[in-house]
Design a protein around this ligand. Structure first.
Ligand SMILES: Cc1ncc(COP(=O)(O)O)c(C=O)c1O
Length: 390
């Protein structure tokens, strides 16, 4: 489900009329209905014993987080600050998964004393040494299953020297630590983001289930009652309804998987399509007749950090709401959409074709729900865009 151009225009005009947003800066609109649609897919397609902890880093807006919690879903925190955001949103401790790779001793102790019941996934064997005995919550161990995937330089975290998790090449040490720290009751992995091929994640789950089964057998042999009961399979898949069904069906085929409760940490899938940005066109300038005209809007690299700084192939469809409707057969012109920031690279789109754009028209940018406002850069100290959760 996505937001149509007509729906976006109607919401924008209503918000302008109600003075919920101003043409002085950009406004981010976020649809509750589309969020619910995505959440319902997770709830309806995954097994009932799955806890979905939605990744806060992907969209950290208070109203959105509170809605996710009200709907009975959990939240995944990538920092202690995000743990506090989850609490502010009304999360019970057992709805929070805390995953930072640099948890400090004092953060771990705060979780132990003040936030009992959370799941903390230790990123390394070193981190395990920081947990107090009888830790007041669940401890997971992040394992890097070393599964090749298409996440590329930025998002493939399942490489040999990745900073995330204990590589599966240290299998013996992982098992020994799971015997020594018998409080560990969860194994966790996350191999990468923006993945459309389901097979690397399925391969990783197969590896992790086999590891958990082996640890549990050894614990039984040694008279250790506590078992690995949970597999946290991270996020990273760009599902649609069909591929989610296929993924879950394939997961059911993995031997012994039904012995474990599942936790997921999807972010991009949940948020991406739920939002659009509207910005007044402040200026349209032509520097050279043979080059695209420049359309100046109120957001640039500050909101679209990944797109501008990383050259990632981020797909953000655009449209224009014209003050004066162009004639049907009017010619298309070429435009570069540029942001307000003080550096030459602050260009959002190059060579887009539109009917003639003028000052006071409105630019809409779609599919902006994930990894935009939560990555706001603050460059040039501009105010954050307004946020409307409708
Ligand atoms: C540990 C972990 N879990 C979940 C996510 C969310 O991934 P995505 O938004 O690709 O689903 C990330 C993303 O970086 C992550 O690092």
């Amino acid at each position: 489900m996505t937001i149509s151009r007509q729906e976006a225009e109607a919401h924008y005009l209503k918000a302008i009329e109600k003075k919920l947003c101003s043409p002085e800066k950009a406004t981010i609109f976020y649809s509750k209905q589309v969020l619910d649609y995505q959440l319902n897919l997770l709830r309806d397609i995954f097994p009932a014993n799955t806890k979905h902890a939605i990744a806060i880093k992907t969209c950290n807006q208070a109203d959105v987080l509170a809605h996710i919690i009200q709907r009975g879903f959990g939240l995944e925190a990538a920092s202690f600050e995000e743990v506090l955001l989850a609490k502010k949103a009304g999360a019970a401790n057992d709805q929070i998964v805390f995953d930072s790779p640099v948890k400090t001793i004092s953060e771990i102790n705060k979780c132990h004393h003040e936030l009992p019941g959370m799941l903390l996934n230790a990123n390394s064997l070193e981190e395990l040494k920081r947990y107090p005995k009888n830790f007041n919550g669940h401890i997971g161990l992040r394992v890097n299953p070393l599964v090749e995937n298409a996440g590329g330089t930025f998002f493939n975290v399942s490489t040999a020297n990745s900073k995330f998790g204990v590589p599966i090449t240290k299998r013996k040490a992982i098992i020994e630590n799971c015997i020594q720290y018998s409080e560990i009751d969860c194994l966790h992995f996350h191999i990468g983001s923006s993945l459309t091929d389901l097979s690397p994640n399925l391969k990783a789950i197969t590896t992790m289930v086999a590891l958990a089964v082996e640890i549990n057998k050894l614990r039984t042999k040694k008279g250790i009652e506590n078992k690995i009961i949970t597999l946290d399979i991270g996020g990273g898949i760009e599902f649609d309804k069909k591929t989610m069904r296929e993924f879950v069906a394939a997961m059911h085929q993995i031997p012994n998987i039904s012995d474990f409760n599942l936790v997921t940490e999807y972010g991009n899938f949940v948020h991406k399509h739920n939002s659009f940005v509207a910005s007044n066109v402040e200026y349209v300038l032509s520097n050279d007749d043979s080059l695209p005209e420049l359309v100046y809007v109120h957001v640039g690299a500050d909101l679209f950090v990944r797109k501008v700084y990383s050259n990632l192939n981020a797909n953000y469809p655009c449209s224009i709401l014209y003050k004066d409707k162009p004639e049907e057969n009017a010619a298309l012109q070429s435009y570069n959409i540029v942001g307000p920031l003080c550096f030459a690279g602050d260009i959002l789109f190059k060579d887009l074709k539109f009917h003639k754009i003028q000052e006071g028209d409105t630019l809409f940018i779609f599919n902006t729900g994930s990894n935009t406002l939560s990555m706001w850069s603050g460059h040039c100290s501009r105010d954050l865009p307004d946020f409307v959760f409708y």
